[in-house]
Structures are given as structure tokens and as C-alpha cells.
Design a protein around this ligand. Structure first.
Ligand code: NAD
Length: 429
């Protein structure tokens, strides 16, 4: 690590791979490629604001628990902080900090006027009732009340959260400031100013990126053999849209394992099946059970990790049989695995490009809210597709021009734009 991190170390990642160190390594690679000034690198290596709050909650049983909630605001050089809220037992301050940094590069890469942030609470949502989750979300929001806002920091859903949590956040913020403020969050229900197309946006962006990558290789989505890890908002959305476009989804999984069929899964039926079976894939007719480890190494054209980080590591990178790995999750391929895949000629479509559809439609939701004019879904999808395709082309052109892998190309574009803006704004005081 060339640049010192000022981030506290008291919440080490449960995995041996520290996501924040990895994020800094990618930043340093981009800085080297761009021959960036060391002072700029030092500024960009550190989040601008790191917030940790206590969230006391009374459970339905009467017991009181205190949870730790984080919000890390990495950069607001290009606009308000923007980033999701994650509810997952493995959430740590360093993970949230890494994801906040990724958001900064992602927004800059897509050319949308936002900075980067991320939030999270270490909890397993399935262990809490809806009422408990509502109390946790509302208290977390009220603890952050001075640090968020439509011109300051705009949360959105991430793992373990959805439109429901965004509605609670919007309501809590609005009640506290005394009037309705729909623009404080994105990814909210359409009834309170959400955008059409937001729910499937990240999955749609994944589908578009994969489609462009296949087209560049003279291939089509029709008949492409696809394997997807994770069947939540992103994984199931990508599965549905890829299936609709003619791809064959051979396998999907959740945290408790996956299912596989050589003939390809009927995704609309599977979505209906999981909706009736508490999100479980088990027992879906015509498919056989498979572990997450087996799923990642299945022979296929496109592997889409859409669950957690650090899923493709030095241990399994050499067994990956896909020719394209599309990072729908944030950070699913470790730094060392990335190099191993690159050496074997496997194309990795980087997270800051592949999963950017969600933040693009969040931006379109914010724009619609600020102008009080709401678009139909067709327009939202069209505007989003234009930004995704433009970013995809810029990344591939940068990769060819500089003879560098797609991830480094994406980082040089994102980091370079933030560095330029920082230089133009100057260092205060
Ligand atoms: P989600 O909570 O809706 O779904 C997560 C899925 O992953 C679930 O199916 C869950 O069962 C599965 N999962 C959990 N642990 C697993 C494990 N150990 N092995 C395999 N599967 C496991 O979350 P999401 O919103 O779909 O987010 C998934 C990823 O996409 C995250 O990395 C998130 O940061 C990223 N992302 C999400 C969005 C968004 O708009 N929701 C946008 C950009 C990036």
C-alpha cells in the first residue's frame, strides 16, 4: 500500500481479504496509469466523512438490542454523496468504506453528478420482524438526519434493503424536517416519487453490459449459456431480462445453495415459485440442487456473481470455465483472482460498470423528482440504456487505447474525472 489510510481498524473484515485495502489497490493502479500526483492520491484514498451510530431497538419480545450503523461519505467532489444501505451480518466499517469509494468511481464513470457513499448495519434481516426492521431503519435514519438530504447525501437500496426501507427513511427524514422530502432517497415506491424501471434497473444494466460484450465478440444473447450466483434484486432481475432476451440460464443460487438444469431454467416460473416459498429455490421442478462452489465453476459462456464480494478468489479462479465474468455484485472477484482470470484470457466486466444501472436510474429518479415531471418506463429504460452503452464503449476504447484490462480502464476513467474535478476546484483553504 503506497498511500496511508486514515480509516480506523477496529472493525476488521471477517474474511481474510480486506475490501478497503483491495479498493485502495485498484485506486493506486489507476493513479499509476494516470501518473497522478501523490497528494491527489492521498486525498482520494481517504473517505471524507466516516459516521458510526448506535441504534438501540426494542424487539417484539421486549428485549433491547444495540446495533452499529455506518455511513461512509467518500467524496462529494462531483455532487451529493450517493450510495446504498446494506443490511447483512458481515457488514463492517471497512467494507462500507470500500463500497463508498467504489460508488465515487462508478458515478464518475457513468457521467452522473454524484459523489460516492455507502451505509450499512450488521444484521441478518431474516431474523427480525417487519416491525423491528422498521424501528431499526427509522432510528438509523434519525441518527443520520444532519448528514443526509437531497443535496447532501442520498441513500438507496442495497443488499438486504428495498423500496420498503427507503419509504421508511423518506418518511422519518420528512417528519423530522417538517415537510415531505422525496428526494432524500432513491429506489423508493412509485407512490411517493419513485421511478418506473428502478426495481429492475441494476439487472437491466447487467443485461446490457453482457449483451454489448457478447456483441463485440460477434456473439448474441440468444442461446448464450449463463450462470448466476444470487437470486435477489440484482440476480433475479438480470436472470429475468437475460431469459427474455433469449439466453439460457443454467443455474442460479441463494445463500442456502442453488439449482441447475442443462436445459435452462424457466425464470418467470422460478420467480413465482420463490415468491411462494420464502425465497427458497429448493424443490423447483426439473432442476437439481447444486452448491454455490459448484455453481461458480460450471461450464458456461457468462458467469454472473450477483451476491457478495470475494466469491472468486485465488482458490477457485483457475477452475472458472466461463469466458466472461460479469461482476453484478460489488467486488465479487478478488485482486489476485482478477489477475489469474486475466492471465487465462477470461474477460472480467468490472462492477463499477456492470452494476451501474441501479445508480443511473436512481439519478433519473432524482432528476424526475426535482423537476416534478415523471416519465413512463420506456423513457427511463431508454435514457438508462444510452448512459450504460456510452460508458461501456468508453471503457472498451480506453482499454484498447492504453492496452489495459477493462477494470483498470474503468478505474482510470472514473478516478481521472474525480481527480480532474478536484484539481479544478482546488484544495480548501
Ligand atoms: P439482495 O439482498 O436483494 O440479494 C442478495 C442475494 O444473494 C440473495 O439471493 C441471497 O440469498 C444471496 N446470497 C447471500 N449470501 C450468499 C452467499 N454466501 N452465496 C450465494 N448467494 C448469497 O441484494 P442485491 O440488491 O441483489 O445485491 C446483490 C449485490 O449487488 C451486492 O453486492 C450489491 O452491493 C450489488 N448491487 C446492488 C444494487 C441494487 O440496486 N440493489 C446496485 C448495485 C450493486
Amino acid at each position: 500500500m503506497g498511500s496511508p489510510s486514515l480509516l480506523p481498524l477496529e472493525t476488521p473484515s471477517p474474511a481474510h481479504i480486506c475490501p478497503f485495502d483491495q479498493a485502495c489497490s485498484y485506486l493506486e493502479q489507476a493513479a499509476r496509469e494516470l501518473q497522478m500526483d501523490q497528494g491527489l492520491l492521498l486525498i482520494l484514498s481517504n473517505p471524507r466523512k466516516v459516521i458510526t451510530v448506535s441504534i438501540p431497538v426494542k424487539l417484539d419480545s421486549g428485549e433491547v438490542q444495540v446495533l452499529a450503523g455506518h455511513r461512509v461519505q467518500h467524496s462529494d467532489v462531483l455532487g451529493p454523496y450517493k450510495g446504498g444501505i446494506r443490511y447483512h451480518p458481515d457488514v463492517t466499517l471497512r467494507e462500507v468504506s470500500a463500497l463508498a469509494m467504489l460508488m465515487t468511481w462508478k458515478c464518475a464513470l457513468l457521467g452522473i453528478p454524484y459523489g460516492g457513499a455507502k451505509g450499512g448495519i450488521a444484521l441478518a434481516p431474516a431474523r427480525y420482524s417487519a416491525g423491528e426492521l422498521e424501528r431499526i431503519t427509522r432510528r438509523y435514519t434519525s441518527e443520520l438526519i444532519k448528514d443526509i438530504g437531497p443535496e447532501v447525501d442520498i441513500p438507496a437500496p442495497d443488499m438486504g434493503t428495498s423500496a420498503r426501507e427507503m419509504a421508511w427513511m423518506m418518511d422519518t427524514y420528512s417528519v423530522n424536517v417538517g415537510h415531505a422530502v422525496p428526494g432524500v432517497v432513491t429506489g423508493k415506491p412509485i407512490s411517493i416519487g419513485g421511478s418506473r424501471g428502478r426495481e429492475l434497473a441494476t439487472g437491466r444494466g447487467v443485461m446490457i453490459t453482457v449483451r454489448e460484450a457478447l456483441a463485440e465478440r460477434g456473439k448474441s444473447l440468444v442461446g448464450a449459456r449463463v450462470v448466476i450466483q444470487g437470486f435477489g434484486n440484482v440476480g433475479s432481475g438480470a436472470a429475468l431480462l437475460l431469459h427474455k432476451a433469449g439466453a439460457k440460464i443454467l443455474a442460479v443460487s441463494t445463500g442456502s445453495g442453488g439449482i441447475f438444469t442443462e436445459a435452462g431454467l424457466d425464470i418467470p416460473s422460478l420467480k413465482a415459485y420463490t415468491a411462494q416459498n420464502l425465497k427458497s429455490l429448493a424443490g423447483f421442478p426439473g432442476a437439481v440442487p447444486i452448491t454455490n462452489a459448484q455453481l461458480l465453476t460450471l461450464p458456461c459462456d457468462v458467469l454472473i456473481p450477483a451476491a457478495l464480494e470475494n466469491q472468486i478468489t485465488e482458490e477457485n479462479a483457475n477452475q472458472i470455465q466461463a469466458s466472461i465474468v460479469a461482476e453484478a455484485a460489488n467486488g465479487p472477484v478478488t485482486l489476485i483472482a482478477d489477475q489469474a482470470l486475466e492471465a487465462r484470457g477470461v474477460t472480467v466486466l468490472p462492477d463499477i460498470l456492470t452494476n451501474a444501472g441501479g445508480v443511473v436510474v436512481s439519478y433519473l429518479e432524482w432528476v424526475q423528482g426535482l423537476s416534478y415531471v415523471f416519465w413512463d418506463e420506456e423513457r427511463v429504460n431508454r435514457e438508462m440504456e444510452a448512459l450504460m452503452v456510452q460508458a461501456y464503449r468508453q471503457v472498451t476504447e480506453q482499454s484498447k487505447a492504453r492496452q489495459i484490462p477493462l477494470r483498470l480502464a474503468a478505474y482510470t476513467l472514473g478516478v481521472g474525472r474525480v481527480a480532474q474535478a478536484l484539481t479544478d476546484r482546488g484544495l480548501y483553504p
